[in-house]
Design a protein around this ligand. Structure first.
Ligand SMILES: [Zn+2]
Length: 320
């Protein structure tokens, strides 16, 4: 991609992008200005093992490419993939992963997709891709730095500075859900430890907290609805969980001082009570100089990770 004469075309052509999670894979073709020209979603087929997952991914990318080119789009110049798991972006290899895709660790994802499609393929963690998407096409546009916090099935995050996501020495950077908060003391976490904010304040964490407190609800949505309707127990649980998220964010403001914080995930859409608890937690924890940092809802939409993966993979003069 560094050959003389290919740079301009490479930098302006569309990029095939994918967001690969435990249950579904979304693929699309992203233009330089952030337009999604084609899009398809297929089941990940995680339980059938890594080979089936890679085949499903390649199939989805090829289908998008065929559809877009048939509709008159330029041929893609690269592939960008945001994948579940910890990723070595230098090699495109999955370093570690949870059981959501059994056997996923060790998969040479980038090289396999590159061979299958005949295009340079770059891979990054899906939350990192999500953050890059918000930074380049969402709530972080025009901001020099951004802290993304995603509160849903888990609690994840990432810091983006000047269009570059901080991945860390081993790809693990941004696992903000595994910060300790006092409210979570004794609460088991998905990582096998305890006391981390994810165990308490993820979507499943909120439901578990409500049940531990003696409440009975079908799902997290019901807990939130009960709180909004004025039920004391649900209100206290939601307050504790959202306050803990705010404390975590406040602590991160003290450490990373981003220009803006962007919140995404199911709990970020949980409503006014959740946001109030979160804001109070930030105010409690953040040092004065950073306490006023804007905390905004995400705006890049459900395809944010596609935009981020495309941005990550796009060839740039002097960087490839
Ligand atoms: Zn943890």
């Amino acid at each position: 991609m560094t050959g003389v004469g290919t740079g301009d075309q490479a930098a302006t052509g569309p990029v095939l992008a994918a967001d690969l999670g435990g249950t579904k894979i979304t693929a699309g073709l992203v233009t330089t200005d952030g337009t999604l020209l084609a899009r398809c979603t297929v089941p990940t087929q995680a339980q059938r093992g890594p080979d089936a997952v890679v085949a499903a991914l390649v199939g989805a990318l090829a289908a998008v490419q065929d559809d877009a080119v048939a509709a008159g789009a330029a041929a893609p110049v690269a592939v960008g993939i945001g994948s579940a798991g910890v990723v070595d972006s230098a090699t495109g290899r999955i370093v570690s992963a949870t059981d959501s895709i059994p056997g996923w660790a060790g998969t040479e994802l980038g090289p396999r997709v590159s061979r299958a499609l005949g295009l340079d393929a770059r891979v990054l963690n899906d939350v990192h891709a999500h953050a890059l998407g918000e930074a380049t096409f969402g709530a972080g546009v025009g901001r020099a730095s951004l802290l993304l916090v995603a509160v849903g099935t888990g609690v994840g995050g990432a810091v983006v500075r000047d269009g570059v996501v901080v991945t860390g020495a081993r790809g693990l950077a941004g696992h903000v859900g595994h910060l300790p908060v006092p409210e979570a003391v004794g609460v088991p976490c998905t990582c096998g430890r305890s006391g981390h904010v994810e165990g308490l304040a993820s979507g499943p964490g909120v439901l578990a907290a409500y049940r531990r407190a003696g409440g009975s609800a079908e799902d997290t949505r019901e807990v939130v609805a009960r709180a909004e309707a004025g039920e004391g127990l649900a209100g206290r649980v939601l307050r504790t969980c959202s306050f803990a998220i705010g404390r975590m964010i406040g602590g991160l403001l003290n450490v990373t001082d981003p220009e803006v914080v962007v919140l995404s995930g199911g709990m970020a859409g949980a409503g006014a009570l959740w946001w109030q608890g979160m804001r109070d937690g930030v105010a409690y924890e953040a040092i004065d100089l950073v306490a006023g940092t804007a905390v905004l809802p995400a705006t890049a939409g459900p395809d944010a990770a596609l935009f981020g993966a495309a941005h990550f993979a796009r060839p740039r003069e002097g960087t490839r």
